[in-house]
Design a protein around this ligand. Structure first.
Ligand code: CTP
Length: 543
């Protein structure tokens, strides 16, 4: 393996002084042999952004070549006037996206080029970064990418751009598109331009940030930031496929900045993290790795998977559940956002299984395990949701999450639900589920008539009934099913007006009379013929 000084610094910073180096070292290191040519060495260094290449002969380390060695060698070659060595036949990854305007809707492209011109006039470079570049590179010719979230980064031609460069560009853009709303976020100023239901752009968000570098004061914290170059800005990101930048300036427009082998990873369809401590610092990245892998049909690169497992096994997140009162947004609100993305996507089942295989559910709580029963329950609630909420008036992702959390002891559920900042309704449901389950069981376990089932279940709302159905025994589940499919729809054959017409004086007794009719109807004592209902009333109530 190999370990960089930066990895060591971060590990020490997070208190991993005694942790064995095997958790941090890169195993899939690039190596060369004594026969590798200089051209090939350069190409490896550039493609994979490595500055040191171990030289291996017969499985033994026999030397190391650094960037400085290569520079010296080149310099010596030039001094001696020797011919340039040929760059080897290694397949060069794509370094230009030719005609990005063919992949981006025309008006969006026009807007981006206007912004690039404003940046250039101020001595800045403008780059499209993050997911949009990834998606553009994955797009087939002839298709267009509907960009809704556009992340842009500005940096200076020679020095770092001023921290407020993003905001200045945002304001300039808003002057040209007054229908957009401008928001300025955070201490490290980022401008966001937002179009909502716009006749031209629909819903579009453009974020303009100044290139920055960031560091995490402690694991799972929010990062702190300072101004920097585009390269550093890309290095702070999660995966190589998300760390690509596309130059928008007119000169060299379409140039791809790929410092970390992102294009090759897109071609080999893998999610590869940029540095060893990434998951220690930001556990939401574990969920993001899973989301991208499943969504794009990629694999998680083996070393990246090892880093994930190492971060999880290190126990660094568990301390958050052991009374450590430090705020950990990456285990709270930000984790909820990732869970939401995953649990509301079509691919939620595969993603959840992959999270479970990686043991990543322990970021929610150390005891949470997707055992076969929980897996069955969570798919069950889905069947109920499809049947009883086809319009999606409930948050299906939240119901799935509630089933997941119902696996935990009540006190833990409460803590986790509050950590994740779930809605008050959700928290209450999780807290009262066991009590409701007991009450319902006590009332419905014996041989019981449909009217008694209705009386018991109608006090609960649909989300509680669905949660209960997924987590209770078969007998109760069947009753909930019958209640929701049939019995809840049954109406009393008469209403208040009918009672009045029959000569009964309006009084609180009406409710009791209508209830008795409903029960009789539910239990099959009377048919839905109003005459039968009237006969029954006359028998029991004097007008
Ligand atoms: N990012 C990161 N670490 C995170 C979240 C985000 O490094 N925990 C970076 C990535 O470079 C990412 C970019 O910020 O590409 C934008 O984040 P986001 O919009 O959440 O992701 P996208 O990659 O745009 O993915 P999606 O297509 O799902 O929007």
């Amino acid at each position: 393996g190999i370990i960089s000084r930066r990895d060591l610094d971060i590990a020490l910073h997070h208190g991993f002084n005694h942790a064995p180096v095997k958790g941090y070292m890169s195993r899939n290191l690039k190596t060369i042999t004594p026969d590798t040519s200089i051209g090939e060495i350069e190409s490896i260094m550039v493609t994979y952004d490595v500055g040191r290449l171990p030289v291996i002969r017969d499985n033994n380390l026999v030397g190391i070549v650094t960037r400085t060695d290569i520079l010296r060698q080149r310099h010596a070659d030039w001094d001696l006037g020797s011919p340039q060595q040929k760059i080897p036949q290694r397949k060069k990854p794509k370094s230009f996206l030719t005609k990005p305007q063919h992949l981006i809707p025309d008006l969006t492209w026009k807007l981006l080029t206007k912004l690039a011109t404003s940046a250039e006039a101020r001595g800045w470079n403008l780059y499209l970064v993050g997911g949009a570049v990834r998606d553009l590179l994955l797009t087939q010719e002839g298709e267009k990418v509907e960009l809704q979230d556009i992340d842009l980064v500005v940096d200076g031609f020679h020095n770092s751009a001023d921290v407020s460069a993003g905001v200045e560009l945002g304001k300039a853009l808003q002057a040209k598109y007054p229908q957009a709303r401008l928001e300025v976020h955070g201490e490290f100023q980022t401008a966001a331009l937002l179009w909502h239901n716009d006749p031209i752009f629909g819903n579009l968000a453009i974020d303009i940030a100044t290139a920055r570098t960031e560091f995490y004061p402690y694991p799972a914290a929010n990062p702190e930031v300072e101004a920097s170059s585009i390269r550093q800005d890309l290095y702070r990101r999660d995966f190589s496929i998300n760390a690509l930048a596309l130059r928008l300036n007119e000169s060299r427009q379409g140039e791809l900045l790929d410092f970390f082998g992102g294009v090759l990873d897109l071609e080999s369809r893998q999610v590869r993290v940029l540095h060893a401590n990434s998951f220690i610092e930001d556990p939401t990245r574990i969920y993001r790795a899973v989301r991208f892998a499943v969504r794009l049909g990629f694999t998680i690169e083996p070393q990246t998977e090892e880093y994930i497992r190492y971060a999880l096994d290190s126990g660094v997140y568990d301390s958050f559940f052991q009374g450590n009162e430090r705020k950990a947004p990456a285990l709270q609100s930000r984790l909820k956002t990732e869970l939401k993305y995953i649990l509301q996507a079509d691919y939620w089942q595969s993603a959840l299984q992959l999270l479970s295989r990686l043991t990543a559910l322990r970021c929610l709580h150390p005891d949470l395990k997707l055992d076969s029963q929980l897996w069955w329950q969570i798919r069950l609630v889905d069947r109920f949701l499809r049947r009883f909420d086809p319009e999606h008036s409930l948050s299906h992702w939240q119901m799935r999450l509630e089933v997941l959390l119902s696996y935990l002891a009540v006190a833990d559920r409460d803590r986790v639900a509050k950590n994740l900042q779930l809605s008050t309704d959700s928290i209450t449901r999780l807290n009262t589920l066991n009590q409701v389950a007991e009450e319902v069981k006590a009332r419905l376990e014996k041989d019981i008539s449909p009217s008694q089932v209705v009386k018991c279940l109608r006090q609960y709302q649909l989300p509680m009934l669905l949660l209960l159905a997924a987590t209770t025994c078969q007998q109760i589940r069947r009753l909930i099913w019958s209640y929701l499919t049939t019995w809840a729809e049954v109406k009393s054959p008469l209403d208040g007006n009918d009672l009045k017409a029959m000569g009964y004086q309006p009084s609180p007794l009406y409710k009791e009379m209508l209830d008795s009719l409903l029960s009789a109807r539910l239990d099959g004592v009377i048919s839905d013929n109003p005459e039968a209902a009237k006969d029954m009333l006359k028998k029991y109530y004097k007008s």
